[in-house]
Design a protein. Structure first.
Lengths: 210, 210
DNA sequence: TAATAAAAGTTGCAAGTGCAACTTTTTATT
DNA sequence: AATAAAAAGTTGCACTTGCAACTTTTATTA
């Protein structure tokens, strides 16, 4: 397992600290990490210890989204879905390194700046994919089809801010995406419709509770 | 949505092509992409079209692991779990850009080489996390507790090449990880034990079918 | 080492889901 | 426009799972 400073000398690491405006924070067990270091756009790296990303749902339920151990990364661009109510809590004494994401890939310091723009783009692409995976996991973690559907609706609604959801794929594909049986999913959609929580015709779903 | 060449001029893109030894491949609908471009360690980017990463399971089942659209990345370091039997198939006419992953972050071409070593490390860290997410999704996609467990065992076995699996966490945590009810999971573990497929005591599980 | 908390192990029951086997509707192809 | 193929919509049934409510065992802490 590689860490952020693999293959780098002490001198080079110090250069990096200056170049990137790195900060290191220390936390005791069970402290909130995020408010302390929060800024617009950061990458955090756990240098030592153990922390958890926890999501607080509308109903008060707390869900462990991710466990962060040594050399794991987190941040507003990584592993966190947008617009969420989350906390990062240290579970042991934890040391965290924080980098300004924009500074990280800001080419003004560097020759071959076009190359670093390219690297930044690659990062963005991977991060986008990363967020998609996390979203899907959030849905798959739900045990009931109803909850999976509602979680999916919730995510779509947050993105579009609209009551109407236009499925980007077929209902069959939706069933695959949330990993349930197609007929069973449809049955549940009907239940939601019968309870006047949604309207559905073909690929247009209207959230009546919003 | 950003692509790999966002914010780069035509001239800069051409420089990149030379610097990185970029190749571009064109595929017709329903062609196998991977064998054509396969090498030790590559990053592929879909420039145009649509492709799917498909896993062929031991029983012949084909599972769509991922859909790749314009500007999505894939590769041996990204989104693919190790040691798997997978295919990447173009679903439409598809154009793919291929980069040698080692060349990408090889510092010999660059000033500030220590900085690029650091970027490479960050890539590695994110990719590791990415693979972990994919593994979990593979498990969560299974509909039955038994299949989730067997998939989990399979993955652990492939990593350690041992019949004995030592759980890195509690059974309660395993239940959370595969997102099922703890008692129901335990019930299923007992069934597997009764059928002489596994042995289990505390956190040591032995696969008797291996 | 005693007390307390957490995890493992167990079971009955109600509810939810997968599956199969359809019919109907929509979309794609010649 | 006719035909074929895919997706949507529907239902009964068996089986699986979640949930609750325990007991027993293993860890943790005072």
């Amino acid at each position: 397992m590689n860490g952020p400073f693999t293959d780098l000398s002490r001198v080079e690491i110090n250069k990096l600290y200056n170049l990137l405006g790195v900060h290191i924070y220390n936390f005791n067990k069970n402290q909130e990490i995020l408010p302390t270091i929060k800024s617009e756009n950061i990458i955090g790296i756990i240098l030592d210890g153990h922390a958890q990303i926890i999501n607080i749902e509308y109903n008060g339920n707390e869900i462990i989204i991710d466990n962060l151990f040594k050399d794991n990364v987190f941040g507003t661009n990584i592993s966190l879905t947008n617009n969420e109510n989350y906390q990062i809590i240290s579970k042991t004494d934890t040391q965290v390194l924080v980098i300004d994401y924009d500074k990280l890939l800001n080419p003004i310091n560097l020759k071959f700046s076009y190359f670093n723009v390219f690297l930044k783009n690659l990062f963005d692409i991977i991060n986008t994919k990363f967020k998609e995976k996390n979203e899907r996991i959030r849905i798959l973690e739900k045990k009931q089809i109803r909850d999976k559907l509602l979680e999916y609706f919730e995510m779509q609604h947050k993105k579009s801010r609209q009551r109407n959801i236009y499925l980007p794929f077929s209902l069959k594909d939706l069933a695959d995406y949330i990993a349930v049986n197609r007929s069973a999913m449809f049955r549940e959609l009907k239940h939601l419709k019968d309870e006047n929580l949604i309207n559905i015709n073909n690929r247009k779903i209207t959230l009546l509770y919003k």
